[in-house]
Design a binder for this molecule. Structure first.
Ligand code: BDR
Ligand code: CA
Length: 316
């Protein structure tokens, strides 16, 4: 369907979020990727804001050719839980706000995912969700015929040996919509997961932010501003030097897979318990007898990750 035969066709689904923003910047100037569209979901902040943020970030990256869609307002079953406490009122506090000129597309984001996959060849499209999995699960529910078109789902979500960041048991994206995560984990297509086990190995520090802030372009300056804001929460709460770069792991893996070590495992999602809602039960040792349904990232090369991020931001 795309004339870019050597590039990987991707649909990004996200909830910016400063770390989603960095993920978008990494994707939008990558010659290796053909970004077919960006879909917003309700997550870190409400949908009206994540959708606006997607348009701001896409425009900032100079990719006004990439369409932006609004997906679902909130989770399939639960009430939306947002994270202004971490990301600020706008979700991308740290940038100089402007009104984007690119429009929101009329089509619903879930329908965009379905239409695009229906037009694709089998195994053609990579889905990259870095927010709650609502839109992806809704697309699978509405149109299960799209399944063979999915090459892989490369997502940020979950936690195992690192435990949760929103409750002791759960990571934010899975916690917000555990029912959607459950549908995605059972879908049968290849899934690559970047959870807190690996994203907590990728904390920024003032030196990394400074290296980005001295790059001579507005995307890098906006990135440094956002990273500076994003790091303050962890600095205050955990005496850390900065914040974890969760969402960019997905695109970094597509661009330079050697940065990460992955293990095949079975991942199940807790949907019923109030105490452990959104817990990812990761079976590394085959104790459940379930076949692996995911590759789970457990180690990251910090220098290579931040090297890649800084190099790619320098190219704007
Ligand atoms: C995830 O939750 C959000 O706060 C971040 O954007 C990331 O996708 C980390 O738990
Ligand atoms: Ca996110």
């Amino acid at each position: 369907m795309s004339n870019s035969t050597h590039r990987l066709s991707v649909i990004i689904d996200c909830d910016p979020g400063q770390d989603d923003a960095l993920m978008l910047f990494l994707a939008l100037n990558a010659p290796e990727l053909d970004v077919l569209g960006v879909v917003a979901c309700g997550g870190n902040v409400p949908l009206a804001r994540t959708e606006l943020n997607c348009r701001i970030l896409v425009e900032m990256a100079g990719r006004t050719d990439v369409p932006v869609y609004a997906g679902c307002v909130g989770p399939m079953v639960e009430q939306l839980f947002t994270a202004e406490y971490l990301h600020g009122e706008t979700g991308i506090d740290g940038i100089d706000f402007f009104e984007p000129s690119i429009p929101k597309q009329d089509m619903h984001g879930v329908d965009f995912i379905i239409e695009t996959l229906r037009k694709a060849e089998d195994d053609e499209i990579t889905l990259v969700p870095t927010g709650p999995l609502t839109n992806i699960a809704m697309a699978l529910r509405k149109a299960p015929d799209i399944l063979p078109k999915i090459k892989q789902i490369v997502l940020m979500g979950g936690a195992s040996f690192e435990a949760g960041n929103v409750t002791p048991s759960a990571e934010f994206n899975i916690y917000v919509d555990p029912h959607a995560a459950d549908i995605v984990m059972r879908c049968g297509r290849p899934i690559v997961m970047f959870g807190l086990d690996v994203t907590h190995q990728l904390m920024t520090n003032p030196c990394i932010v400074e290296n980005i802030s001295v790059l001579d372009n507005k995307v890098a300056h906006a990135s440094a501003g956002m990273l500076d804001f994003f790091g303050q929460y962890d600095a205050a709460k955990y005496s850390a030097e900065g914040g974890p770069l969760h969402d960019p792991c997905t695109i970094a893996w597509l661009l330079e897979p050697e940065i990460f070590e992955l293990k095949p495992c079975h991942v199940a999602i807790e949907t019923t318990s109030e105490l452990t809602r959104g817990h990812t039960a990761v079976d590394f040792w085959g104790v459940t007898g379930n076949e692996p349904n995911a590759l789970w990232a457990h180690e990251a090369n910090r220098d290579r990750f931040f090297g890649l991020l800084t190099e790619r931001l320098a190219l704007y």
